[in-house]
Design a protein around this ligand. Structure first.
Ligand SMILES: [Zn+2]
Length: 220
């Protein structure tokens, strides 16, 4: 980085300057030129202060996000689109799509021979497993009542640890990894009450498929 004084940076209309000297917290990085409340403050310090502010003002942060979104509608949509595309192309995104598609087929009593050969259970067994502790007569009925199929060991976790695609699919769709939960609960699945179940299931499945990669250390 080129060393430049604040005065010189101002003259050149640069938003930041770099003196090479640490700030009073020991950060050696650029500082802001502009005469705002952050003038003369270093980038690292500013990031820290902003983070703390966001943490202490979640309501204001949400509001300012909303305002930014509205002002930058197109840009916001594009950022969202890029994120979704990236996820879709990722291992987790592809596994998610495959699982959702397969579950939907199972739910209407259909499964291809290829998938049956991989998973080893029929649509009937799939439904019986999901419905065993419920009062519903069919997967469709349960779904209509707001229940959703949950992968106990999350797809993101499986995608991260199992590089073989077929094996990852097998584990994600293993009956021991599937359960019905009410839709609302789905969002809160990482709460502490659930964590032991996830850990237990990882242990069970990792043992079942003789996976050597460390699978027991599930944390969030
Ligand atoms: Zn600093």
């Amino acid at each position: 980085m080129k060393i430049i004084t604040r005065k010189e940076a101002k003259k050149q209309s640069l938003s930041k300057y770099f003196t090479g000297n640490p700030c009073k917290y020991g950060h050696v990085c650029e500082k802001y030129t502009n005469p705002t409340e952050r003038a003369g403050r270093c980038i690292e310090c500013t990031l820290k202060i902003n983070k703390k502010w966001r943490k202490n003002n979640p309501e204001k942060k949400r509001k300012s996000n909303k305002i930014w979104e509205e002002k930058n509608r197109e840009k916001f949509k594009e950022v969202q689109r890029k994120g979704q595309n990236k996820y879709r192309k990722s291992m987790a995104g592809q596994l998610r799509e495959l699982c959702d598609h397969t579950s939907a087929r199972f739910a209407i009593g259909k499964i291809s021979k290829k998938k049956f050969d991989i998973l080893g259970y029929t649509p009937k067994e799939f439904s019986a497993h999901l419905l065993k502790d419920t009062k519903f007569k069919s997967v469709k009925e349960a779904k209509d009542k707001g229940h959703s199929i949950d992968h106990i060991v999350p797809i993101s976790y499986i995608a991260k640890h199992i590089k073989d695609k077929i094996l990852a699919f097998k584990i994600a769709m293993d009956l021991d990894n599937l359960r019905f939960i009410p839709a609302k609960e789905n969002l809160k699945k990482f709460n502490k009450v659930n964590l032991p179940i996830v850990k237990e299931t990882i242990k069970l499945l990792w043992g079942k498929y003789s996976i050597k990669e460390k699978g027991g250390n599930f944390a969030a």
